[in-house]
Design a protein around this ligand. Structure first.
Ligand code: ZN
Ligand code: ZN
Length: 131
């Protein structure tokens, strides 16, 4: 986990989470240059979107990591929280039962979609070697 992990609300799945990955320009002092688009991939549904400084949700709550015991700051209502101690993605403590269910389904569909991509790539590779 980098020290800089801007939480934002995904426009696709509407969950608040830190980015799965992000691309951004650096300022001369090594910070994030918000004058340029910051591209992030949603941790929950893997949708790619662009955020600005105004989209970053500030961390205003603290939870304890169940694995390493670190105190992790996060925005209230976040669906996934990246532990700054061990890197584990924790389930947000503020979601209700129906949000938990929606998160589970969304993440399940996303991994299913990745699996399709993976299978298609493997089939292409097999055709190339003539199997
Ligand atoms: Zn999403
Ligand atoms: Zn941890």
């Amino acid at each position: 986990m980098s020290a800089f992990d801007p939480y934002s609300r995904c426009p696709d799945c509407r969950f608040i989470a830190p980015p799965e990955s992000m691309e951004y320009a650096l300022t001369s002092d090594g910070g994030t240059d918000w004058d340029w688009p910051v591209r992030v991939t949603c941790l929950v549904c893997h949708a790619r979107h662009v955020i600005t400084a105004a989209d970053v949700v500030q961390a205003d709550a603290v939870m304890t990591c169940k694995r390493c015991g670190a105190a992790v700051t996060h925005p209230a209502g976040a669906a996934r929280i990246g532990c700054t101690g061990c890197g584990l993605f924790l389930l947000g403590p503020d979601l209700d039962a129906s949000q938990h269910e929606e998160l589970r389904i969304t993440e399940g569909l996303a991994s299913l979609a990745l699996r399709e991509t993976y299978l298609a790539a493997r089939q292409r590779a097999e055709r190339r070697v003539g199997l």
